[in-house]
Design a protein around this ligand. Structure first.
Ligand code: ATP
Length: 325
């Protein structure tokens, strides 16, 4: 089976072609950026619309195949920015009708979780899902993912971006914060772990206020990282203790951060748990995840959904029945 996957929940528009033996025949992405601030949903949707055809054609060329060879189209139907999800759904629908292909929509976050199993040797881990909009500590229990802890306000990536915007770093700020943090030292910021949940908004506000009062960007970047990552590591450690699981895997764009990986790795070593991270290139949004999730679900019984295609901007991982494992 060969699947063409289309990702476009937020800033990244991606097209990938993957076969059922895990061969990645094509993987292309084009990211919307906004130097002045965060994502403007309508602009991101326009970006996706503008690049879609070219990326799809280039992906076919990269894979050295034509639409005749594609068995399935899989697209990110949830969760994400509604205008972006709509563009992706319409493109998938159009292609499926035009080329008479099977098409299904998959949950973008679940596709991230499956990528942990695709890329690493982990089998039944605690998933540390930390992207722009999402920060969740998740494990599979029976046929549902259970969220053991999560952010109560904004995702860690968005928190870093919001802080970055507040001190003039542009979007996305994560990589710039990582770079500046290397020259910084610690300034105290609020540490907000509430039970198993996390909150980042107050930390962002406090860090921006400290910048207005003269604290250096370097010190604040370092302190944001140390504080937020320590909070995340604390909750993951407790999830490991509670579930007695022996493995962790980190996924999502913030997993590109070397200091975060280092802190999680140290914590896992101390608990004798194995720590995995998906390769950097696949930690953030990409369509390989979406194509692979499509293959998993279609092979386990999902049928062509051309007549019922929809989007769901708010679907959580624990809303979905896991029938493909
Ligand atoms: P979601 O997947 O939740 O819809 P998203 O599409 O914005 O959100 P990803 O592409 O997985 O998420 O990740 C993007 C986020 O990762 C951004 O917030 C960005 O700042 C952050 N990020 C990227 N690189 C780094 C880094 N080196 N350090 C910290 N954060 C980073």
């Amino acid at each position: 089976m060969i699947c063409l996957g289309i990702e476009g929940t937020a800033h990244t528009f991606g097209v990938a072609i993957v076969d059922e033996n895990k061969n990645i025949l094509a993987d292309l992405r084009d990211g919307y950026t906004n130097e002045k601030g965060g994502i403007i949903p309508q602009d991101a949707a326009k970006h996706h619309h503008n690049v879609a055809d070219k990326l799809i054609n280039d992906a076919l060329k990269q894979a050295k195949i034509t639409f005749r060879d594609i068995d399935l189209i899989s697209f990110s139907r949830s969760p994400g920015l509604a205008p972006c999800l709509l563009v992706v759904k319409e493109k998938a629908k159009y292609l499926a009708l035009e080329h008479k292909k099977n098409v299904i929509g998959v949950n973008h976050c679940i596709a991230h979780l499956s990528s942990g199993l695709f890329w690493t040797k982990t089998r039944d881990p605690i998933y540390i899902f930390t992207s722009g909009a999402n920060t969740q500590i998740i494990a599979l229990e029976g046929n549902r993912f259970r969220i053991f802890g999560e952010t109560l306000d904004i995702g860690l990536g968005n928190a870093l971006d919001k802080f970055g915007r507040g001190i003039g770093l542009g979007f996305p700020s994560g990589p710039k914060i990582e770079e500046l943090s290397e020259k910084g030292k610690y300034i105290q910021l609020p540490y907000t772990v509430k039970g198993m949940d996390l909150a980042f908004s107050g930390i962002v506000t406090e860090a921006i206020n400290k910048h207005k009062k003269g604290a250096s960007k370097e010190d604040l970047c370092y302190s944001m990282q140390e504080t937020c990552f320590a909070m995340l590591a604390e909750v993951v450690e407790r999830a490991l203790a509670h579930t007695q699981k022996r493995e962790c895997v980190v996924i999502g764009g913030v997993a590109a951060n070397r200091r975060l990986l280092e802190m999680l790795n140290i914590m896992c070593n101390e608990r004798k748990a194995r720590f995995f991270a998906v390769p950097l290139k696949y930690a953030g949004d990409n369509a390989v995840n979406i194509a692979w999730q499509g293959i998993l679900e279609f092979k386990r019984g999902r049928k062509n959904e051309i007549k019922t295609l929809d989007i769901n901007p708010n679907e959580r991982v624990d809303d979905v029945d896991v029938f493909w494992t």
